[in-house]
Design a protein around this ligand. Structure first.
Ligand code: DHB
Length: 388
């Protein structure tokens, strides 16, 4: 087979890129070693920036997000046992949307199928050749395949193998580890609050998110070595309730817990984002800690830039266009890296923190919610509307 763009990874980055390229008459083949069911059964984050929603709707992926998604015009920052609302609508004139990544993936996979896109799930033995650009793999029927292409895109997630094709001599990886992880649950219970609650507490961070009227998503900071098997439902509820408790009497509505996972995370950026015929997009090029839900949004922002430069490079034979990709994408990447790092370190309990450290954090939170400038800084980052 021959195609113009060979894409490794059929998550939101790879599928959205394939969709955007097809709108410009550029063909692509997307492969993934997971099956569609594998991807759909993994619980991921749930918040879309307004520009991510516009990209899905305006490019004709689907308008299901507008029907089944839920606009959120603010969040609560909760500390010292009290909630403080940050009003995105008032501060930046925009809302974010609660719409799970799994649904974004399903909409993209359906749109590619509807439009005759070539997406191969469940492949194995993937190898990429960046000198004579090609992807080789074994398809789900066990046949060895070769796809030759003009350009290769590594959209293969945080454990990217494509990334390793950029030689050590030319690449720079920067990263930061955190001494904590998230314990994520899904519970069959009604919502506890109308908007998301990001809670700082002496026992650590907790996030009260939502999914539907009957199921909710919540997280609490834990040790990275935590084993979910040691956490029966009662113990989880006790911990979550303790982290949001306060004089206002706020309590969580409890229900059976249907999913328990420990999520480790780090901050990571791989530069350059392009080497010869290989371009990296989404988590393959950068990962962020989950606080603030930037990961999916950054991946969509990457491929929005990438589809434009690929179109110029291929259709208009403008070889220099590809050079713009990294610098343009990285400007947003580093702002989102800072935002995710900042939200994380402002809200989590650091092991070994002194009284000074904790009270400084509370001072920081107080100056964010107590100042219009502070709150707007948070709102710009959360909605992804950084001034250009
Ligand atoms: C969710 C996850 C996040 O990391 C976040 O900041 C907000 C919401 C979620 O899964 O709903």
């Amino acid at each position: 087979t021959r195609t113009q763009v060979g894409i490794v990874g059929a998550g939101p980055a790879g599928l959205m890129l394939s969709h955007l390229l097809s709108l410009n008459g550029i063909d692509s083949v997307v492969i993934d070693n997971r099956t569609r069911a594998d991807i759909e059964n993994t619980v991921r984050a749930g918040i879309l920036e307004p520009d991510s929603v516009r990209l899905l709707v305006d490019t004709g992926v689907s308008d299901r997000v507008l029907r089944d998604g839920q606009p959120h015009e603010g969040i609560d920052l909760r500390f010292g046992g009290e909630s403080h609302r940050v009003d995105f609508r008032a501060l930046v004139g925009e809302a974010v949307w609660l719409y799970p990544q799994t649904d974004v993936f399903a909409d993209l996979a359906d749109a590619r199928e509807r439009d005759g896109g070539d997406v191969r799930f469940g492949v194995s033995g993937t190898a990429v050749d960046i000198t004579e650009p090609a992807i080789r793999f074994t398809d789900s029927e066990g046949r060895r395949q070769e796809v030759r292409c003009d350009l290769l895109v590594g959209a293969d997630g945080s454990r990217s193998t494509c990334r390793a094709e950029v030689p050590e001599a030319v690449r720079a990886h920067s990263s930061r580890e955190y001494p904590f992880a998230w314990f994520g649950i899904i519970t069959a219970a009604p919502p506890s609050a109308p908007e998301l609650v990001y809670a700082h507490s002496p026992r650590g961070f907790a996030l009260i998110s939502r999914r539907t009227e009957t199921h909710q998503r919540m997280y609490f900071q834990c040790d990275p070595e935590t084993d979910p098997a040691d956490w029966p439902d009662d113990r989880i509820w006790e911990e979550l309730q303790a982290r949001v408790a306060g004089p206002d009497g706020f309590t969580l509505r409890e229900g059976p817990i249907t999913e328990k996972t420990v999520l480790r995370f780090r901050s990571f950026v791989a530069e350059p984002m392009r080497h010869r015929a290989l371009l990296l997009a989404g988590d393959a090029a950068h990962t962020v800690p989950p606080t603030g839900a930037k990961g999916l949004n950054l991946a969509l922002a990457d491929v929005n830039v990438l589809s434009e430069v690929i179109e110029r490079a291929l259709a208009k034979r403008d070889g220099d266009a590809l050079d713009e990709y990294g610098p343009r994408a990285l400007d947003r990447v580093w702002k989102a890296q800072h935002f995710s790092y900042w939200m994380t370190t402002m809200l989590h309990a650091l092991p070994g923190a002194t009284d000074f450290d904790v009270r400084r954090q509370l001072g920081e939170l107080g100056s964010v919610v107590g100042s219009e400038a502070g709150a707007r800084f948070l709102a710009e980052g959360y909605t992804g509307r950084w001034p250009a």
